[in-house]
Design a protein around this ligand. Structure first.
Ligand code: 15L
Length: 267
């Protein structure tokens, strides 16, 4: 499948930068958006800057778009105000604009922090209830609920990707379970864009790691087949981090350090 115009939000972010050259191969025009200037467009690209909380700007951003890969928004635990603006109001503005312009599919960068308060000795699936580990995870849970509402009411399809840890390499022991390689990120996004019927589907974004807390069986219809594994890095990671402190909640819960970081004033 090749798209006419694909929109990538958060194009200058960590994962946006990885997806930018990769997604160009799947469309005639890749529209790139971010809240701040990030340089010129390359051939086959167009740049439209927009703040997610600006409804008029979001309406203009989605005009003429076939599908959206929404990587934009706050991506770590932050104070309430930026989360409210980018991830709550911003997600609403995006779906309202999609409804207005009849955009048929959105790939939503959700996060494993929607379920960060499950323990690391539990294997859960996208069907288990949310257990956000902070305001950031909570805002992503809102985004997923929004996606469900816009499918049920308006038929706009979404695949919510509960991305684990997408970096060049796993950095610590937790990431042996949560790691998603950049090549697998591309496979995941392309599967989410091209699967014939998704309704609103939720899938964890992980490579084919031996250790895993997430069972993606309910999302097999998305057709994502990871080809990389954190196991390649296991020996090096374990040598670097020989011991884990089980008194530290970051070592017990799936959300890692997110379960004890946050804007709560008394912390
Ligand atoms: C996330 O949601 C963050 O965007 C990213 O910075 C990582 O920390 C990741 O989760 C993770 O859980 O490792």
């Amino acid at each position: 499948i090749r798209f006419g115009r694909l929109l990538l939000t958060g194009a200058a972010g960590n994962l946006g930068r990885e997806l930018r050259p990769r997604l160009r191969r799947y469309c005639d025009t890749l529209r790139l958006s971010h809240r701040r200037d990030f340089g010129p467009a390359e051939p086959g690209e167009e740049i439209v800057l927009a703040h997610l909380e600006n409804k008029a700007a979001m309406l203009a951003l989605l005009e003429g778009v076939d599908a959206v890969v929404h990587m934009g928004g706050v991506s770590t635990e932050q104070p309430w105000q930026p989360i409210l603006e980018s991830n709550i109001v911003g997600a609403y503005n995006l779906y309202e604009a999609a409804r207005h312009h009849r955009v048929w599919r959105i790939v939503f960068a959700s996060s494993n922090h929607v379920t960060g308060f499950y323990r690391q000795d539990q294997v859960i699936s996208p069907r288990d209830p949310a257990r956000p580990d902070g305001l950031y995870g909570l805002s992503k849970a809102f985004g997923e609920d929004l996606a469900q509402l816009y499918f049920d009411r308006f038929g706009i399809e979404t695949v919510s990707l509960r991305i684990g840890s997408s970096y060049a390499e796993p950095k610590d022991r937790r990431m042996l379970a949560t790691w998603l390689s950049f090549d697998d990120l591309e496979r995941l996004v392309v599967a989410a864009l091209t699967a014939p019927v998704v309704g609103h589907s939720v899938i964890y974004g992980i490579s084919d790691n031996a250790t895993t807390w997430w069972d993606n069986t309910p999302a097999r219809h998305v057709g994502y087949r990871p080809q990389d594994s954190s196991d390649t890095f296991r020996a090096a990671v374990e040598a670097r981090q020989p011991r884990i402190d089980l008194d530290d909640p970051a070592a017990r819960y799936q959300g890692g350090a997110f379960v004890r970081t946050g804007p709560f004033e008394d912390q």
